[in-house]
Design a protein around this ligand. Structure first.
Ligand code: AMP
Length: 264
């Protein structure tokens, strides 16, 4: 079985996960659930976009076998808050975890439940949420879930903006400004490819580019070890550049990879 967990309001990024699962697995299960546990108190839970009819049509079109679209009561029958939760230390602590302190515990808890519901499976997640992918890989390994976690590449709009359900919050002016984060990450990766090894300089370069856009309010621009998500003094091996920016009502995240060849 292939499992594709989503919060619905599907776009081509989700579609790429569904297509991959449908191509690789006998049965594909897509879950559509806006999980209250992963939203902070002042976040966009009630405003989060929803369109089940459209999502159902997209799933059918993609060849999905089963859709699971539970209510909050069905997912949390004992009521909220639940007493048993899952936290993944260290990889959850920085970046998204620093800005959204309860977010990854909410994600890890609902994904643990979905893993239990699905049973043995391959679970498809997008690299768009790179830190989430790292959290889920540790969750699956640490708690011995019979699940193979599969990371899938980021799907972008033609101008570079990573597809996201939250892009629907953007005004036309904000939408025009939104690709700045992608191009700042690309510039950071290009600086590394050109020989820059000082992470502080790469962070500053990306932050300056994003801050030059008046509509964008930078949360963080980071470069870390791609697997551990730890900051490193000297860039080496596989690194990941990650950023989060607020644009009006939307808080958007994106990331880019870079590989530093071992010295010969
Ligand atoms: P969400 O509905 O935002 O919780 O996302 C559900 C899944 O789709 C997660 O594994 C995301 O990483 C993935 N996803 C969201 N946007 C994209 C994208 N632009 N490209 C690839 N995967 C994505």
């Amino acid at each position: 079985m292939g499992l594709v967990p989503t919060m619905g309001f599907l776009h081509d990024g989700h579609r790429s996960l569904m297509h991959r699962s449908v191509a690789e697995r006998d049965v594909t299960l897509v879950t559509l659930f806006v999980n209250p546990l992963q939203f902070g108190v002042d976040e966009d839970l009630s405003a989060y976009p929803r369109d089940f009819e459209r999502d159902a049509a997209m799933c059918e079109d993609a060849g999905v076998d089963v859709m699971l679209h539970p209510s909050v009561d069905e997912m949390y029958p004992t009521g909220l808050p639940i007493l048993t939760t899952v936290t993944v230390d260290e990889v959850s602590a920085t970046m998204e975890g620093a800005s959204r302190p309860t977010h990854f515990a909410g994600v890890a808890t609902v994904v643990a439940k979905l893993f239990n519901i699905a049973g043995t499976c391959h679970a498809y997640f997008g690299e768009k949420d790179w830190q989430q992918l790292a959290v889920i890989r540790r969750l699956a390994a640490d708690l011995s879930f019979p699940v193979e976690v599969v990371g899938c590449p980021i799907v972008r709009e033609p101008d570079g903006l990573a597809m996201s359900s939250r892009n629907s919050y953007l005004t036309p002016e904000e939408r025009a400004a939104a690709p700045v984060m992608h191009w700042a990450l690309v510039a950071g990766a290009a600086a590394i490819a050109a020989g820059e090894r000082d992470p502080a300089k790469v962070r500053a370069l990306m932050a300056d580019l994003i801050n030059a856009e008046p509509l964008a309010e930078l949360d963080y621009a980071e470069v870390v070890d791609a697997a551990s998500l730890r900051r490193i003094d000297q860039l080496a091996g596989e690194v990941r550049l990650l950023a989060a920016t607020r644009l009006g009502r939307a808080r958007l995240i994106d990331n880019e990879g870079a590989t530093i060849p071992a010295p010969t």
